[in-house]
Ligand binder design. Structure first.
Ligand SMILES: Cc1cc2nc3c(=O)[nH]c(=O)nc-3n(C[C@H](O)[C@H](O)[C@H](O)COP(=O)(O)O)c2cc1C
Length: 140
């Protein structure tokens, strides 16, 4: 398996509706390919972790990188792993965060700018994000 984490900047017109439709596609597509992970959305930025077999994760990321709903896609890490960080959430599940609810020590007093994340901060950051994550209910 690999774990891939990237950061990107939302296109200007991206709203909650757009993120809901991203999640709808992502949940079914990712579940079919046994990709787990988490999508964080701060209104301005996306931060996403994808975990699974190398082929499906790479293919998924290639699709995502071409998506016009965001730009300035920057890979933070892509590395082999034997452990899923998000296995307890089930395959292909995503969670949405809003920046107002994020409480991260490395961003204390500042705004959430995931471009500043170091690969070594990721596990702790995702653990904190996951503990604060809200489930976005997405109708089929
Ligand atoms: C920030 C962001 C995250 C996304 N995450 C996923 C994802 O995890 N899985 C997925 O299948 N599509 C995801 N998408 C949507 C894909 O970019 C793409 O629209 C989708 O795979 C459908 O592909 P198609 O447009 O070629 O049919 C994401 C899009 C954005 C902007």
């Amino acid at each position: 398996m690999i774990r891939l984490v990237y950061v990107s900047t939302c296109a200007q017109n991206v709203q909650l509706d757009d993120v809901e439709s991203i999640l709808r596609v992502a949940e079914s597509w990712n579940a079919d390919r046994e990709i787990s992970g988490m999508l964080c959305w701060s209104g301005e930025f996306f931060l996403q972790c994808l975990e699974g077999e190398r082929g499906p994760v790479t293919q998924c990321f290639a699709h995502i990188a071409r998506d016009r709903r965001h730009h300035s896609v920057e890979l933070i890490v892509s590395s082999p792993t034997t452990v899923r960080w998000f296995s307890t959430w089930g395959m292909g599940f995503t969670r949405l965060m809003s920046s107002g609810r994020v409480d991260l020590p490395n961003f204390a007093g500042g705004s959430f700018n995931p471009y500043l994340l170091e690969a070594t901060d990721l596990q702790d950051t995702f653990a904190r994000l996951a503990s604060q994550a809200q489930r976005l209910s997405v109708d089929p």
